[in-house]
Design a protein around this ligand. Structure first.
Ligand code: PEP
Ligand code: MG
Length: 551
């Protein structure tokens, strides 16, 4: 019988093919012979770092969207002066050149890991930098994607951005990582490329090279050595995906579910239109200003927002005001140093230290709306109380914006949704942060990835509470966290009473196709099954049965 192992669903879709492991990194040792000329070795090490940083930047220029941002950040890591100083010190102390790089990188990576959260995620990027510099110094091929004439499922301990960003979906059918979390770079990039991915799957280490697997990036499952029948079934499912329905989102019995896109740039908005998004459900405005040292002026903001509104035309756009702080630092805001930034002054809470930034932004959004005629609504991130909802709604109305909403991503807001709903016109549930605060689990921690599994029944129970409160106060509910991009879970969300779903543009087709196969009653049954399930594993199986999923 086919054996199944479970990881965490990170990018939807299904694939079948042989596993190929990422080529391993070159090894260095303290007992390698040191170079005879210390100064020449330092020049050689500096040149190797420069070459690697240059390659990341060149890849970044060729890449788009999140891949480009991540590659630029990694290029900066390869030029970090503190890292280079430590390597030079190692060489001066008599260490072999390549091993001095390994030691310095290990030292800094351990520090990043100890800091936890987003910093810990950067440790794997830094290790990738180190391995590429060592390969450069040793004159060997850098670790990377195996060369193969036939398509395969790529397996790795973890994938660095440089690996993921250059993947060709024609060759790499799926991604499987032992580590990583559903919000890691691997997951974000895999979704952007449309490659199914399963992460945080410790049992994957047992899979030998070339063993055939079915990788289900929607359910987070890997089936080893499928029989011919199962293989055929998956190939048919993939062919059906390619031939997916277009047009507005709806269930098989015609219940409309507007399918919207999450965007952070004009390029994302263009892709959203190309892939049939019915609007933008989450415009992450902070992404436009991430690298900026000084605050953008109202004029500058107006132009950037208007560019995106024009691309969307008369499709509605939900703009989220700056969600800065925690995992999205914005240098120009001079945020206070905090022990626990995810629990600190982030999102709307920033208005308590700098109200001007919110007022300027609302002015710019309204000016861009007036200039383009695009239907625009605004929402605030990180709202927990009625007072905060009222504060935001009042400021938005003062700026001339009539349709105002809040992100529901703090359990307090979920529990009091009826009362918060009295202050605004709509809710958008951010399941990434809602899971983080519901389970008290850092969304960037790969060790805690299982708690961010959308199939955790506590998440569905919380969403059900939001919908119940919202219907009493007459507000519409959307979901814009990563969970909405999982085609099976999207059906569960519809069954829970969610009105709209917003996701990375490349996830739209899979969700649209799955919704078109099921009835509203089946979605309701799947939602009830998830609410009744004891564990995430039970929830996946029970929802699959209710939705008539063949396994
Ligand atoms: C969320 O928290 O689910 C969300 C959509 O917002 P972000 O991922 O930008 O925090
Ligand atoms: Mg959030």
């Amino acid at each position: 019988m086919t054996r199944e192992i479970r990881g965490v669903a990170a990018a939807p879709g299904i694939a079948v093919g042989p596993v190929k492991w990422l080529a391993s990194a070159p090894v260095t040792s303290a007992s390698d012979a040191p170079g005879s000329d210390v100064d020449a070795e330092i020049v050689r090490a500096d040149a190797a770092f420069e070459a690697v940083a240059g390659r990341y930047s060149a890849q970044a220029l060729d890449a788009k969207g999140p891949a480009a941002d991540i590659l630029f950040m990694t290029s900066a890591l390869a030029a970090d002066p503190a890292l280079l100083d430590q390597v030079r010190a190692g060489i001066r102390a008599g260490g072999p050149t390549a091993h001095s790089v390994t030691e310095a990188v290990t030292h800094f990576a351990e520090q990043l890991t100890a800091l936890g959260g987003m910093m810990a995620e950067r440790a794997s990027d830094l290790r990738d930098v180190g391995q590429r510099v060592v390969a450069e110094l040793l004159g060997v091929d850098p670790p990377g994607i195996p060369q193969s004439a036939t398509p395969f499922v790529l397996a790795a301990q973890d994938l660095a951005p440089a690996d993921t960003a250059t993947l060709d979906p024609a060759t790499v059918l799926g991604l499987l990582t032992v580590a990583g979390g559903p919000t890691s770079h691997t997951a974000i990039l895999a979704k952007a490329l449309g490659i199914p991915a399963v992460v945080a799957c410790p049992d994957a280490v047992e899979i030998a090279e070339d063993v055939e697997v079915v990788l289900d990036g929607t359910g987070g499952l890997v089936e080893l050595e499928p029989d011919a029948g199962r293989r055929e079934e998956v190939l048919t499912a993939r062919a059906r995906q390619a031939d997916a329905p277009t047009g507005p989102g709806r269930t098989a019995d015609g219940h409309a579910v507007p399918l919207l896109a999450n965007v952070g740039s004009a390029a994302d908005a263009r892709l959203a239109v190309e892939l049939g998004a019915e609007g933008v459900g989450l415009f992450r405005t902070e992404f436009l200003f991430l690298g900026q040292k000084s605050a953008p002026t109202v004029q500058e903001q107006t132009e950037r927002y208007a560019e995106i509104f024009r691309i969307m035309g008369d499709r509605p756009v939900t703009v989220r005001t700056l969600d800065a702080g925690s995992d999205k630092p914005l240098p120009f805001l001079n945020l206070p140093e905090e022990e626990n930034p995810a629990l600190g002054v982030r999102g709307l809470r920033l208005s308590s230290v700098d109200e001007g930034a919110l007022l300027d932004q609302l002015t710019a959004i309204e000016a861009a709306r007036a200039a383009t005629g695009t239907p625009v609504q605004v929402m605030a991130p990180m709202v927990g109380t009625v007072q905060e909802a009222n504060y935001f709604a009042t400021r938005a109305r003062d700026a001339g914006i009539d349709t105002r909403g809040i992100m529901v991503e703090i359990p307090a807001a979920a529990l009091r949704s009826e009362h918060l709903g009295a202050e605004v016109e709509f809710f958008s549930i951010g399941t990434n942060d809602l899971s983080q605060y519901l389970f008290g689990a850092d969304r960037m921690s790969s060790t805690l990835a299982a708690l961010h599994d959308p199939w955790q029944p506590a998440l569905a129970a919380t969403i059900a509470a939001v919908v119940a409160g919202a219907s009493k106060s007459g507000v519409k509910v959307g979901v814009c966290g990563e969970s909405a991009s999982n085609p099976e879970f999207a059906c569960v969300l519809v069954g829970l009473g969610v009105h709209t779903l917003s996701m990375a543009p490349r996830s739209l087709a899979g969700v649209r196709a799955r919704l078109a196969e099921v009835s509203l009653d089946q979605c309701g049954a799947a939602a009830a099954a998830v609410l009744a399930a004891r564990t995430a594993d039970d929830a996946v199986l029970a929802a699959g049965a209710a939705l008539g999923r063949n396994r």
